[in-house]
Design a protein around this ligand. Structure first.
Ligand SMILES: [Zn+2]
Length: 237
């Protein structure tokens, strides 16, 4: 079976969907720029295969047709070094992990395109001694949690018995608890269906994130981040 390569238009689509940045969330290197000759440009990006181009390759899926294998949703734009990395360790860099990188990279590009500033963090005073808080306003709780955790905020997990509390039995409470988000503290079944979640940083600061909205998967309804605040160390509000 021959290798299934991406077409040139498919490669360009993959690159442009992430504005020519590497899609590895911890790399994000820019992959193109000007050449010293005015009519040329330098490209160090690669349209990598989420599922391998030929049998025996990394993450090969025999069930795919040639057409499916060459479609853009089986590709991810990476810098050369990350492209090498993902093919060198397929245990860590699985199909689902790479698909998640792609989604995150495209979401970030969408936010940047919409004029939301490139930094994912609120401006932080240099004297601050807490872990930076990423921009989480109006994100779904899944997205906000991902950003908080990758920024260094650690979910404060409740004791397993918390799952048998009344507000964890229904609606959002049950949904988030069953998802393994055991940092959930309270879930309100009425009004804006607010839920609160607890996080902690290495300095011992406690951050409370509050979402509003009912999660109804069939309706694509989601809980989104409504507000957040530091909790004082002597209170337990
Ligand atoms: Zn990279």
């Amino acid at each position: 079976m021959p290798r299934t390569e991406f077409s040139q238009p498919a490669k360009e689509t993959l690159a442009r969907r992430v504005a020519y940045h590497c899609s590895n969330p911890t790399c994000r290197a820019l992959t193109c720029g000007p050449h010293s000759e005015p009519s040329r440009f330098v490209n160090i990006g690669v349209a990598s295969h989420i599922t391998a181009a030929s049998p025996g390759g990394p993450r090969f899926e025999p069930s795919l047709t040639r057409f499916e294998r060459a479609s853009t949703d089986k590709g991810i734009w990476l810098c050369q070094s990350c492209a090498k990395l993902i093919d060198s360790d397929t245990t860590q860099y699985t199909v689902s992990a790479l698909a998640e990188w792609r989604v995150l990279a495209e979401q970030r590009t969408t936010r940047e395109l919409a004029g939301i500033p490139g930094s994912e963090f609120f401006p932080q005073a240099a004297s601050e001694t807490h872990t930076p808080i990423p921009r989480i306003a109006h994100l779904t709780y899944d997205e906000a949690r991902e950003l908080l955790v990758s920024s260094g905020w650690q979910p404060c997990l409740s004791h397993w018995s918390h799952g048998s509390n009344f507000d964890m039995q229904y609606g959002n409470g049950q949904y988030f608890w069953n998802k393994g988000y055991h940092e959930i503290r309270h879930a309100s079944g009425t009004g804006l269906a607010m839920c609160s979640f607890g996080f902690q940083d290495v300095y011992g600061h406690r951050l409370v994130v509050v979402t509003a909205g009912e999660v109804v998967e069939e309706m694509n309804a989601n809980a989104v981040v409504w507000r957040w605040y530091f909790e004082s160390n002597d209170g337990d509000a």
